[in-house]
Design a protein around this ligand. Structure first.
Ligand code: B12
Ligand code: SF4
Length: 442
């Protein structure tokens, strides 16, 4: 049986991102040992429909695993919905072969019924696909599964698998060069319940941890075979559970891997933790700050305070770790006063950059829906903005951006200079480009 795994994502902001989910699925198919496997990745193709058509006609797969990562770009007020593009890629399949199409990926997991129908796919797998995709292949081959079936995957208990994803057939070197890093997942799950967040829907609430040895083996493999030195830990939050993160750090130090790395961090950690991170090559923390005012933090059900954020920034400065605040402006409880407090505190915390979103993108199964009295949300990008700031927030933030050159607000097209980013990558600059924003803006 011939299986084609197709990574459909083409988004390049803030960087092209290696299709880790698709590579995990490809690895599972490869490990099953009985399928003929090929990979298609749309990301760097100039004409993705044409390239997809050529791939399909040359390989003539029996099953296509259609991996969709992003629903939209999350950027109010110019949110781009990727559905029309995904539909154009489905059309290529239908016009050129009779393969069964199985859709999966984080975008699919958030809106399974919707995407199955709108794409006219044959099957869908919501959640982790490693085992369920291989099992579905067997059922498709045996003719024992009805078209239109949506499988809601159970959480995989042991995510060490047999080894780490091989990434065979994917352009690791291309992503490293054009995206500045290669991504690694150390665990799945997030134990918190922030009101707007889809991560617990995608990965579950319970942490499932890879062994530090397995993670370090994967890193060492890329260091030794492809001279990759920059890594992005894609965990929802790297620093929870803290004891486990320290074990990973110790293993990196023990092997003297000489790497630089980054990831998402909650702004609540102590001196010892920051020191350990720095000693293992952490160059920056993307802090999930969201708001810098206790009222708005409460509105997002956050588990840290303004004081914690200030302390985290201070520790980053002490250890020479760059830091970005990821922000969501305008959530429940936001007023022009809380917004002003947030901006004042951001300034006082002296970050390297701000990556901010205006309004809260609403997703199914998130606590915020109950908080703001909304029953249902669809796929058309829908954003919540507190009534107190709704009419004024865009102008307010545009004014702030005029004097804060290290702020990136994709929805307002501020701070985003893709041409400049591309030029820097062509020069061979690696790591996160936001780490350089403060020095550029001087
Ligand atoms: C890390 C991360 C980032 C990092 C990536 C760094 C890097 N170099 O990798 C950064 C900060 C750059 C980033 C940026 C963006 N991100 Co992001 N990101 C994540 C995060 C936390 C993890 C993604 C990941 O790698 N997971 C690990 C892999 C292994 O999991 P996976 O891809 O889900 O794959 C599994 C399943 O989905 C399934 N599966 C996958 N493919 C397939 C295929 C088949 C056939 C099957 C059966 C199953 C299957 O099985 C896989 C293995 O179990 C997720 C949230 C989350 N917790 O999932 C958001 C997430 C993916 N991001 C999201 C978004 C929106 C974005 C941005 C558009 C935001 C923006 N405007 O800046 C950009 C787009 C970047 C791009 N170029 O595409 C959304 C996507 C869905 C949506 N809401 O639209 C998510 C889900 C968060 C959210 N808000 O809901 N992101
Ligand atoms: S915002 Fe971060 S900490 Fe909160 S639930 Fe989402 S991933 Fe977890």
């Amino acid at each position: 049986m011939k299986v084609l795994i197709a990574a459909i994502n083409r988004e390049k902001f803030p960087d092209p991102v290696f299709p880790l989910g698709a590579s995990y699925i490809a690895h599972a198919v490869e490990s099953a040992g009985k399928y003929e496997l090929q990979i298609f990745d749309a990301c760097f193709e100039e004409n993705p429909q044409e390239a997809f058509k050529e791939k399909i006609k040359a390989f003539m797969p029996d099953v296509i695993g259609f991996s969709i990562r992003n629903v939209d770009n999350n950027a109010f007020p110019i949110a781009e919905n990727y559905l029309p593009y995904y539909q154009s890629m489905m059309k290529v399949i239908r016009e050129n072969c009779n393969a069964s199409v199985v859709v999966g990926g984080s975008a699919y997991t958030i809106f399974p019924e919707y995407f199955l129908n709108e794409l006219g796919a044959d099957y869908g797998i919501a959640g982790e696909g490693e085992y369920s995709f291989v099992s579905l292949l067997e059922q498709i081959e045996a003719g024992t599964v009805a078209k239109g079936t949506i499988i809601k995957s159970a959480e995989i208990k042991d995510i060490n698998f047999d080894t780490f994803p091989s990434r065979n057939g994917f352009d690791v070197a291309g992503y490293y060069q054009k995206g500045g890093c290669i991504n690694i997942q150390t665990k799945r799950g997030c134990a918190f319940d922030c009101s707007y967040c889809t991560y617990p829907t995608i990965e579950g609430h319970k942490y499932r941890l890879r062994s530090p040895k397995n993670i370090a083996d994967e890193i060492q493999h890329w260091v030794e075979t492809a001279d990759v030195r920059h890594f992005y830990f894609v965990d929802s939050v790297f620093n929870h559970p803290e004891k486990y993160s320290i074990e990973i750090i110790n293993e990196i130090v023990r092997r003297n891997l000489q790497i630089q790395w980054t990831g998402f961090f909650s702004p609540i950690f102590n001196d010892e933790f920051a020191a350990a991170c720095q000693s293992a090559g952490l160059t920056s923390m993307d802090l999930g700050t969201d708001a810098f005012c206790d009222v708005t933090l409460k509105g997002y059900h956050k588990f840290f305070t303004v004081e914690d954020i200030f302390r985290s920034c201070e520790l980053c400065r002490k250890y020479g770790i760059k830091y970005n605040h990821s922000m969501i402006f305008g959530g429940p409880g936001e007023t022009m006063e809380t917004l002003a407090e947030t901006v004042k505190n951001i300034d006082a915390s002296d970050p390297d950059s701000i990556i901010g979103f205006v309004g809260v993108r609403l997703y199914p199964n998130t606590p915020i829906l109950k908080d703001v009295g909304i029953d249902e949300v669809g796929i058309e990008p829908e954003f919540y903005l507190s009534p107190d700031v709704k009419d004024k927030i865009v102008d307010y933030l545009l004014d702030i951006c005029a004097t804060h050159k290290n702020w990136i607000i994709p929805g307002l097209e501020k701070g985003v200079n893709m041409k400049l980013f591309e030029r820097m990558r062509k020069k061979g600059i690696k790591g996160q480009l936001w780490e350089l924003m403060k020095s550029w803006s001087r």
